[in-house]
Design a binder for this molecule. Sequence first.
Ligand code: BES
Ligand code: ZN
Length: 648
Amino acid sequence: MTSRTGLPSAHSSRFVFVSGVVSVVGLAVSACGGPPPPPPSSPAVQTVAAVADVHSYARPQDARVTHVALDLTADFAARVLRGTATLSVQRTAAAGAIILDSRGLDVSSVTTRDGRPLDLTRGPADPVLGQALTITLPDGVAEVVVSYATAPGAAALQWLEPSQTAGGRQPFLYSQGQSILTRTWIPTQDSPGVRQTYAARITVPANLRAVMSAEMLTPDGVDGPDGRTFEFRLTQPVPPYLIALAVGDLAFRPLGPTTGVYAEPSVVDGAAREFAELQRMVTAAEQLLGPYRWGRYDVLVLPPSFPFGGMENPRLTFATPTVLAGDRSLVALLAHELAHSWSGNLVTNATWSDFWLNEGTTTYVENRIMEAVYGPARAAMLRILEHRELMDEMAGLGGPADPDTILHVDLQGRDPDEGSTMIAYNKGSALLRLLEQTFGRERFDAYLRGYFDHFAFQSITTADFDAYVRDRLLAGDPARAATVRLDEWLYRPGLPDNHPVAQSAAFDVAAQQARDFAAGTPARSLTTTGWSTQEWQHFIGELPPGLSAAQLADLDRTFGFSASGNAEVLFMWLRLAIGHRYGPAMPSLERFLTTQGRRKFVAPLFTDLMRTDWGTPAARRIYARARPLYHAVTRGTLDPVVNGAAVP
Ligand code: BES
Ligand code: ZN
């Protein structure tokens, strides 16, 4: 079967019931003259129980979307994507309808493939979850065509003016689906437990290029009367938060046989130099985790408003330009997003309460990749910096008794964004590190590889992880297992006292320099020659509160922090400066806050400013300037901080 797009759409599949659990089998691309079948590593049987997702209206146990075929035109003037989504549906014999998630979509019709109208009922609209779309399915109907347009303010989409790009001449569009924003641009079942393959036909203005988290079928696009059309397909089933699109004036540079980078023409060569080691990272990851199952691995460098460091969209990581330090010092971010090709994209959190399974495992694997490519000393430094972030986050959340410090976080009635804290990342990675240290690398690495093979292309819960780790690792060695205290790690707040601690001789030196400086040694007398970015980060992090303005001036004069081109170093310096109400750093702070919108940087800086009477007027003034540049995700975090109630 072939869709209107000429791309494969339908999958022959059926439900089977395995010990009371609804499972999906036979997700094979249909034959007729179509593309090659998915790689052999692609999904087979969903062996884990379907679990309720409080952030989706869908009832996948009755009827589920298995494939999405998009045919959309990007209208930059109206800031709207318009067209159709054709959904392939699997259902039980009893299911007479399918429920989709949507938020702010303007749905004009729902029909069968041959144009017969289908009944549509819209549920009440919730500001976070959006609106259920219930579509009646007559017997024999296995595909529905939804005609729709996105809202100009769709939270997943950022439409940038030419002035917000590096080149300054062409507009730019990108999507960000995680966690539950895909429903603002695609009407589908927007749950990480509902895996879907996808195909897309995207029409854009003739001088622009579209890229997606999918295989590119038309590298140069095809020119037509309405613009240039690009076609894509992803044959591996993914949760819908991984469907991603970007449109802009994009150039490409290959980095290795299966790796490359996309960016605006003025950025792409610098990005290619910065990411020169990407192919080596892929090789290291494969050695640790088994084959990379997605074909190519490319990175797209976005304009500076991108709200995240990186987003692990399959085959095409989206990355902030703030990673381009000029000296490859921040490439751990690439290791992180690459690691998600296993933890997150291959084995996915089934609900957002299990987010730590994505990010904690990824943070652990990221560090193993960094160790393999850059050596154990660098990896240990990164772990110590992670530990500091974890302690800061724990303190910010209200201390180690706060329920949000539990790995399996309770998100009932909340925006899943509230669960995306450093707890998931760094407490999660500490648990895996503890398992590694307890059972030894050899056993742990075999376990980890087995985990990815066992759960490949499935969405799993913390309970699935718990059962698997007990079965494969803990049960064989009860004495060691007892020392891990797994329940405490997964289900109780705080950081258990058996957490691993990394050591770094280089960081010991940096910490000593920080103490010396605080005790009165002038900056020029400190030993800092040859320091890496990580040593600078540690040095700044170790500086105590209560430094004098003269000491801050001495630091800045000697080390040039306010002018640093390294976003991580600049960020730590600016936090130190705000903590000391150090006015001379204000121009640098204002420049940083108005030239990039990465939430991890801008949210703590505004929050710190808002904590004091000294910083509040500056925060309000700068935010008024910066807000139009920021993505909806960043604005959503900052509006309540800067324009809402005072921060305690
Ligand atoms: N998947 C996340 C980004 C994300 C998390 C988006 C939650 C939406 C909701 C991505 O892999 C990530 O963790 N990015 C980090 C960088 C990383 C090096 C820690 C970031 O954005 O800072
Ligand atoms: Zn991540």
